[in-house]
Design a protein around this ligand. Structure first.
Ligand code: FAD
Ligand code: NAP
Length: 532
């Protein structure tokens, strides 16, 4: 076994937006780096999730890098919420423009990384057995990059194709004339179902939990709005940085309970008509107070009852948990799809799937003929990609063992016992609660500032202290406990995967508070880290 590139400063795992920006920044501070990427292409999320209807739900003008002013000005978004191929083109453009590809090795899956204490070096091994030695390792492996497929009895007997939204084929998939079984009604399922249903002969949707979805009201980009946005980009980005989620919306500071019902309904109607995630900002306490939340969730349920013509189907589609408990979905014609006569909804709570045979899904009540299956069943989120790699720190301890009862980190950036290992948007940081491109830029800037400072001072080793990590864990739980989301089963707390430790993972105090803490920690000589 030969060690490749023995003089490497930083080995990066992953070449999604996090990996790309890392390469750019590391080069700027004069550190050598290489990114290993499992996929045959760059782009991460936008490389893998090619299902019909995939698009962002943070407006494209905001779901984009801010680090380079010319990049901001030259790129044209075609829609309010850009479709997956366009976001992938954007990632390719970024890679070409900053000449990043020469530092990326594609089709290279990392299987293990070991900290060699005798020389303070990380030794990273790929699936094909190649080894890389580096002083630092940064896991830019993504929070939603390990697709989760449930175990279904008899899956091996099913003769048709089975597609997972998170690992969609590159070639065109046609459902024309087919009977499709469709499992999962989270963001991915809600985006893709309407398009699959238009093409297929029949679609049977197997729903375990009814979800909330707000219309996207997507539209072509308005040239005048694009011009204005570009003219004011610096101010708009700065303003977005002051919001909790890094998205420019128009949050209302009033409580839902302090206004008369009529006024509240008008506000909800306006937000519904405008579309998208800003609905959650209609009142300040929708996400935190059950009574306030009920006013919004009742509004939602009445919308569903108004759209879906069959009352029994409409009731099945009405969620039973608080709005925003799971991540809210954003759709184009999701509820309308259930008015099509080729679409049937089955509630798995009433009739669970027992097994698959060669051409049918068998529930406890009936057999439903299917030619193809779509699994929109989500991801082993936040910890999945890290736990899939055997990461060994000091004294041979593995990250997976240390995280057996849930992830522990300091600031979502580092882990005690794993010196010189950083994670981008790791558990314990705002990450998936925010506009991820803003979270990625903040993390990469912090990591590279830290490495630059270490380089200047001739320091070689950084590690999170156990005590500060423990305190941070408590802070993450404290912040999470204020939100109804922490009480609702979802991928945010590991509840979507049987046997996974159930711990609320993102830091919910908002990006401005988190950024202030990170900056303060850095300015106090990296408080809570030991640096030698
Ligand atoms: P990823 O894009 O997940 O990239 C990680 C990369 O690491 C992948 O390419 C993966 O192949 C690679 N990798 C993982 N493990 C290994 C290994 N062992 N060896 C080698 N390579 C490895 N966020 C928003 O803010 N707004 C949105 O509108 C939005 N929409 C989304 C839509 C979908 C369908 C999904 C799934 C997520 C969405 N997200 C959205 C979250 C999205 O994941 C982030 O916005 C962002 O793209 C993450 O970038 P990343 O580089 O951190 O991770
Ligand atoms: P998800 O939100 O976890 O949804 C998975 C769906 O599959 C849920 O309806 C879930 O039901 C169902 N499911 C899981 N296991 C099942 C089983 N064993 N049997 C039956 N049903 C099962 O995953 P996702 O839709 O892929 O989205 C994940 C995240 O990615 C989103 O929350 C969002 O952050 C991001 N995303 C964003 C967009 C966007 O609009 N930009 C699009 C896609 C994804 P339960 O609810 O009962 O678990």
């Amino acid at each position: 076994m030969t060690v490749k590139q023995p003089d490497l400063d930083v080995l990066i795992v992953g070449a999604g937006f996090s990996g790309l920006y890392l390469i750019h920044k590391l080069r700027q501070i004069g550190l050598s780096c290489l990114a290993l990427e499992a996929g045959e292409g760059i782009g991460g999320t936008w490389y893998w999730n090619r299902y019909p209807g995939a698009r962002c739900d943070v407006p494209s003008f905001q779901y984009s890098f801010s680090f380079d002013k010319d990049l901001e000005q030259e790129w044209e978004w075609s829609e309010r919420y850009a479709p997956q191929p366009e976001i992938l083109d954007y990632a390719e453009h970024v890679a070409e423009r900053f000449d990043l590809k020469r530092s990326i090795k594609l089709s290279t899956k990392v299987v293990s990384a070991t900290f060699e204490e005798q020389n303070n070096t990380w030794s990273t091994t790929t699936e094909s057995g190649d080894q890389y030695a580096s002083r630092f390792v940064v896991f830019a492996t993504g929070c939603l990059s390990v697709p989760f497929a449930p175990t279904i009895n008899g899956l091996e007997n099913f003769s048709g194709p089975v597609y997972h939204t998170g690992k969609w084929p590159h070639e065109q998939v046609s459902f024309e004339g087919l009977k499709v079984g469709f499992v999962g009604t989270g963001s991915s399922g809600i985006q893709s179902l309407p398009i699959v249903a238009k093409e297929a002969a029949e679609v049977t949707v197997f729903q375990r939990t009814a979800n909330y979805s707000v219309p996207a009201h997507n539209s072509k980009a308005n040239p005048e709005v694009s011009k204005q946005t570009k003219a004011n980009y610096p101010e708009l980005r700065e303003l977005a940085k002051t919001t909790l989620s890094g998205v420019l919306t128009y949050p209302n500071t009033q409580s839902a309970l302090e206004v008369p019902e009529e006024e509240r309904t008008t506000v909800y109607e306006e937000r519904w008509a405008d579309g998208g995630l800003p609905f959650l900002g209609a009142y300040s306490d929708i996400m935190t107070d059950l009574q306030a939340n009920e006013t919004a969730s009742e509004f939602f349920k009445n919308k569903i009852r108004g759209i879906v013509k069959d009352p029994a189907t409409a009731e099945l589609l009405c969620p039973k948990f608080p709005l925003g408990g799971k991540r809210m979905c954003v759709d184009t014609d999701f509820y309308q799809t259930f008015n099509r006569n080729n679409v049937t909804l089955i509630s798995l709570k009433e009739e669970p799937i027992e097994c698959l045979s060669s051409n049918a899904v068998h529930t406890t009540n009936r057999a439903i003929e299917c030619d193809a299956l779509v699994l929109a069943t989500g991801f082993d989120a936040m910890t999945g990609a890290l736990n899939a790699i055997e990461i060994k720190g000091k004294d041979g301890q593995t990250l997976k063992d240390q995280w057996a009862s849930g992830p522990q980190t300091y600031l979502g950036l580092m882990v005690n016992g794993f010196p010189n290992l950083f994670t981008v948007t790791g558990p314990g940081s705002p990450s998936v609660f925010t506009n991820m491109l803003m979270a990625i830029e903040q993390h990469v800037d912090w990591i590279t500032d830290c490495l630059e400072q270490m380089k200047t001072k001739g320091q070689t080793l950084i590690e999170a202290k156990q005590a500060t990590q423990d305190e941070w864990g408590q802070e993450v739980q404290r912040a999470g406990n204020q939100f109804l989301r922490s009480e609702t089963d979802s991928w945010y707390n590991g509840a979507n995967i049987e046997g996974k430790a159930q711990v609320f993972m993102p830091y919910m105090a908002g990006l401005p508070a988190y950024r202030a803490i990170c900056d303060e920690v850095a300015s106090e000589n990296y408080r809570g880290f030991s640096i030698t």
